[in-house]
Design a protein around this ligand. Structure first.
Ligand SMILES: Cc1cc2nc3c(=O)[nH]c(=O)nc-3n(C[C@H](O)[C@H](O)[C@H](O)COP(=O)(O)OP(=O)(O)OC[C@H]3O[C@@H](n4cnc5c(N)ncnc54)[C@H](O)[C@@H]3O)c2cc1C
Ligand code: SF4
Length: 480
């Protein structure tokens, strides 16, 4: 009897992981507003209360930016939201971005101890909450961002960063914090890299990227847009202008095609062009912006990564009745984030798995069908995923008017081809030390997708941080 009483007394309520509120799928396919709506304060406190504040917080090991996750969640538990944000910013200048697009399920949340028996703490959702809270409070005139009234004066050596994606922005921010005079040179008219031209508004609103970039400007970072380094200025000219070090973070912006017949028909896009037209050039805001984009009624998207799903979901929002996602392996091998796959299914994207295009057919120069072949899975290949094998005689046609190729991107050679002594690998990526970003050319560092090939935002951030530390050491010691 006594035993029963005490067990009742000590029974602790199990708190379930707080779900991310989202727009209804039927409504959201008619707009480009963000799908995930974010936690409110009550949700955030409830979710933070699930964190055990472990002695050995394994979540931190899973974060390439090494954010002190335990501490920032501990601060949320104590309702110290501003301090929680500052804690994240010690290691990551782009919290509102990472809270939205990082594949936490494969990183910090994968190693969170709670994940062994239950769902891990929603670390990304909490990171997003503290970053959004600051922006929203400022917008409502409640509180100014702590950094908004001070622009830091940087006086140390001049550093040139080429490319303003997450790798370049992070390297720039870290160096500015150390007092260096950083200028980021960006080829496009807007800074942000894939964050502005690739990832659609409904996953990452551009106003959020802008705000994170504003923070960098307050740290003292200068950004020059419309500067194609290798064309407008060369690397040698940057050194001649007094830059002591150059960090190359030009990403992987060159789209791959399949080399199948029909790829030159009207109506065939690379995902890169399709998403750039929609996001950066605001084609989705027609008639306010009249950037041309073909709004197909039946659209085929080829690929199984985030880029493919972003293209498919964009096509749906641009009014397509049928959007077919054609991927040569099964869902298990799809590299896209689980959340994107779930969202795409809920939005009515039609998955055509274990299928591969062999030809695009056309009429009067325009796409009207795509011919595919069924595939089966064999033994694992070099990527560790099971190799897709065509099934003879299983070809079939799908009636489509737009085809979007999202099968991967490689490095753009515009800059690297102007530095003949710079060592590249067989894919054209820069060979650089993974721990320091050092290349074989003195004073030239590199990081992000231009080194690793197309990867993730957080890996690019990690590379930018490591390179900044190595650049500082090189300048202080003069040792290459
Ligand atoms: C559609 C899409 C969706 C994605 N979704 C996700 C996701 O959900 N989660 C995730 O973690 N990752 C995602 N990724 C991958 C992620 O965005 C990249 O890994 C990351 O942006 C790489 O950062 P980076 O700084 O190396 O390069 P980028 O972001 O590519 O930035 C490179 C910048 O360099 C500029 N540049 C290039 N050449 C020059 C030059 N010669 N002179 C000056 N500037 C130059 C480019 O214009 C660009 O702005 C996605 C990628 C795409 C394309
Ligand atoms: S591992 Fe999970 S439970 Fe432990 S401190 Fe990190 S987030 Fe909290």
């Amino acid at each position: 009897m006594t035993k029963k009483k005490s067990s009742k007394k000590h029974k602790v309520e199990k708190i379930l992981r707080v779900a991310m509120p989202e727009q209804n799928p039927k409504e959201r396919i008619k707009n480009f507003d963000e799908v995930n709506l974010g936690y409110n304060q009550k949700d955030a406190l409830r979710e933070a209360s699930r964190c055990l504040q472990c002695k050995n917080p394994r979540c931190i090991e899973g974060c390439p930016a090494e954010i002190d996750i335990k501490s920032f969640i501990g601060l949320i538990q104590k309702k110290k939201f501003d301090e929680a944000l500052e804690k994240i910013r010690e290691c990551n200048s782009l919290p509102a971005v990472c809270g939205r697009v990082c594949p936490q399920e494969d990183q910090c949340e994968k190693t969170c101890i709670l994940g062994i028996k239950d769902k891990p703490v929603a670390i990304g959702n909490l990171e997003r909450f503290v970053a959004d809270r600051e922006r929203e409070r400022e917008a409502r005139g409640i509180q100014k961002c702590a950094w908004s009234e001070v622009t830091k004066k940087c006086t140390k050596e001049r550093i040139a960063v080429i490319g303003s994606g997450p790798a370049g922005l992070t390297c720039g921010a870290e160096l500015a914090r150390l007092g260096y005079q950083v200028t980021i040179f960006e080829a496009l008219h807007e800074p942000g890299g894939v964050l502005v031209y690739g990832i659609p508004e409904f996953r990452l609103p551009k106003e959020i990227v802008k705000k994170e970039i504003e923070y960098l400007k307050h740290l003292g970072v200068k950004i020059e847009v419309n500067m194609v380094i290798g064309k407008t200025l060369t690397i040698d000219e940057l050194f001649d202008k007094g830059f002591k070090v150059v960090f190359i973070s030009t990403g992987a912006g060159l789209p791959y095609f399949m080399s199948i017949p029909g790829e030159n028909l009207n109506g065939v896009y690379s995902a890169n062009e399709y998403l750039t037209r929609s996001n950066l050039m605001k084609a989705y805001k027609f008639p306010e912006c009249d950037t041309p984009i073909i709004r197909g009624e039946r659209v085929a998207v080829i690929g199984g990564g985030n880029v493919a799903l972003d293209s498919a979901r964009t096509a749906k929002r641009l009014g397509a009745e049928h959007v077919y996602l054609i991927y040569r392996r099964s869902e298990k091998e799809m590299p896209a984030r689980d959340e994107e796959v779930e969202h795409a299914r809920a939005e009515g994207i039609e998955f055509n798995l274990l299928a591969n295009p062999v030809e695009i057919l056309g009429k009067d120069g325009w796409v009207n069908k795509i011919r595919c072949i069924r595939m089966k899975l064999g033994e694992p290949d070099d990527s560790g995923r099971r190799r897709p094998i065509p099934i003879k005689g299983s070809e079939f046609n799908i009636k489509v008017d737009v085809v979007i190729m999202a099968i991967g991107q490689g490095p753009n050679p515009v800059l690297t081809s102007t530095i003949p002594k710079l060592k590249l690998n067989e894919s054209g990526n820069i060979k650089a030390d993974i721990e320091t970003g050092k290349t074989n050319v003195k004073g030239v560092f590199a990081g992000g997708d231009i080194v690793t090939g197309a990867a993730t935002v957080i890996l690019a951030i990690g590379a930018g941080k490591k390179a900044a530390a190595a650049i500082d050491e090189y300048i202080r010691t003069g040792v290459w």
